[in-house]
Ligand binder design. Sequence first.
Ligand SMILES: [Zn+2]
Length: 98
Amino acid sequence: MPTWTDLVDQSSLRESAGAEAFQKGQACLSDGCIGFVASTPREVTAVIRDGQVYNTIVRTVDGKLGWACSCGDVTREAPCRHVVALALALEQDPKLGH
Ligand SMILES: [Zn+2]
């Protein structure tokens, strides 16, 4: 099974999120926006504090990265800044939440 580090590809994440959301996600991560994290092998749920509190999910779907977020600023094709922050956190530390 691929690890989060295998699944998260920064350049394709930047491409799908767009440069602005990607940058905001990086800033959010370095600000320590990621709170409580719960994980299963295929899905990681995090509470992200970014002005408001959001529930953000990153999951593996058929060997690819999938996501969801309560901010509503997210589509199947385009992750929001919170998904970017969580995905980057997982790339850095695949054991996040374990
Ligand atoms: Zn979001």
